[in-house]
Ligand binder design. Structure first.
Ligand code: 1GP
Length: 251
C-alpha cells in the first residue's frame, strides 16, 4: 500500500492548511462538463476530486475516472457507494465503514467484497469512519444505506462515534450531511468532534457558500467536500477555495 494521498492529508493538517475536495457525480457528468469542472478546479487549486455516489445508474463510473485521470493531475479519490466502485486508475479510495449506522453490510460486508480487488490493484486505501449526520431532509445516502443519521443536535453522539472510530484504528473521519442536505453540519458539532479526535476530519453535505465553507473549516474541518453547489455554479469553487485557504494566512 502506498500512502501518498493520506500523507498529503496529514501534512496539510499538521501545517493547518485547509483542503477542498470536489465531489464529481459520474451520473451527471458528460465529458464537456468534466472538462469545464477540471478547468475551474485547476484554477481554484482544488486538492482532490472525489468520485462516487450512493446510487449510480448510468454506468459511467469507469469512464468518469478515466476521463479525469487523462485530463488532470489533481488526485482522484474514490468515495464509494458500494463495492462496485473501484478502479485501478484512481489515486486512492476512501475505505469507508459507516460507523454512525448499524447496518452490518456497510460496517463490514461491502469491505470484505472490496478488499481483494483493492489489494490486487495496489490502490491506496484510506480507512475512513463515515458518519451520517441529519441535515434536515432524507438524502439518497440515508435511504440507500438504510441507516439512521446522528441527530444534528447531539454532538455527544458524534464525538463518541468518532472516538470509537479512532480507537478501532481508522485513519480519517468523514462527517456527511448527505449530498443536497438542507443544512450542513453545524460548527458546534464539528468543533466538539475536532477537540476530541486527532484524526483528519472531512466534512460534506449541503455546503453552498464560501462563507459556510470558511466557518466549517474554522470549526475544525480539515477537508471540505462540495458537490451540488458546484454543479449549479462551477465558479463557486474558486470563491470557496480562496475562503478556506485564506485561513492559514489570517487564522
Ligand atoms: C456528499 O459530502 C458530499 O456526500 C457533498 O454534498 O453535494 O451537498 O455538496 P453536497
Amino acid at each position: 500500500m502506498t500512502t501518498d494521498i493520506y500523507q498529503s492529508i496529514l501534512k496539510a493538517k499538521t501545517n493547518k492548511v485547509k483542503q477542498i475536495a470536489l465531489l464529481v457525480d459520474p451520473d451527471k457528468s458528460d465529458e464537456m462538463y468534466i472538462n469545464k469542472l477540471i478547468a475551474f478546479a485547476l484554477e481554484s487549486k482544488v486538492d482532490y476530486l472525489f468520485v462516487g455516489g450512493s446510487l449510480l445508474t448510468e454506468g459511467k463510473f469507469e469512464e468518469c475516472i478515466e476521463t479525469l485521470k487523462s485530463q488532470t493531475k489533481i488526485p482522484v479519490v474514490i468515495f464509494p457507494g458500494n463495492n462496485l466502485q473501484i478502479h485501478p486508475f484512481a489515486d486512492a479510495i476512501l475505505f469507508l465503514s459507516l460507523i454512525s449506522g448499524r447496518n452490518p453490510d456497510l460496517l463490514i460486508g461491502q469491505q470484505v467484497k472490496a478488499a481483494p480487488l483493492i489489494k490486487q490493484y495496489g490502490l491506496e486505501y484510506i480507512p475512513t469512519g463515515y458518519m451520517l449526520i441529519d441535515g434536515g431532509n432524507i438524502t439518497s445516502v440515508q435511504y440507500m444505506s438504510n441507516t439512521t443519521p446522528i441527530p444534528a443536535n447531539k454532538p455527544d453522539i458524534a464525538v463518541a462515534t468518532a472516538l470509537a472510530g479512532q480507537m478501532l484504528g481508522l485513519k480519517c473521519i468523514y462527517m456527511d450531511a448527505g449530498s443536497g442536505a438542507n443544512n450542513h453540519i453545524s460548527e458546534h458539532m464539528i468543533s466538539k468532534v475536532s477537540e476530541q479526535v486527532d484524526l483528519p476530519i472531512i466534512i460534506g453535505g449541503g455546503i453552498r457558500t464560501a462563507a459556510d465553507a470558511q466557518k466549517i473549516a474554522k470549526a475544525g474541518a480539515d477537508i471540505i467536500v462540495v458537490g451540488n453547489a458546484i454543479e449549479k455554479n462551477a465558479e463557486l469553487i474558486l470563491e470557496m477555495s480562496l475562503a478556506i485557504k485564506d485561513l492559514v494566512l489570517k487564522p
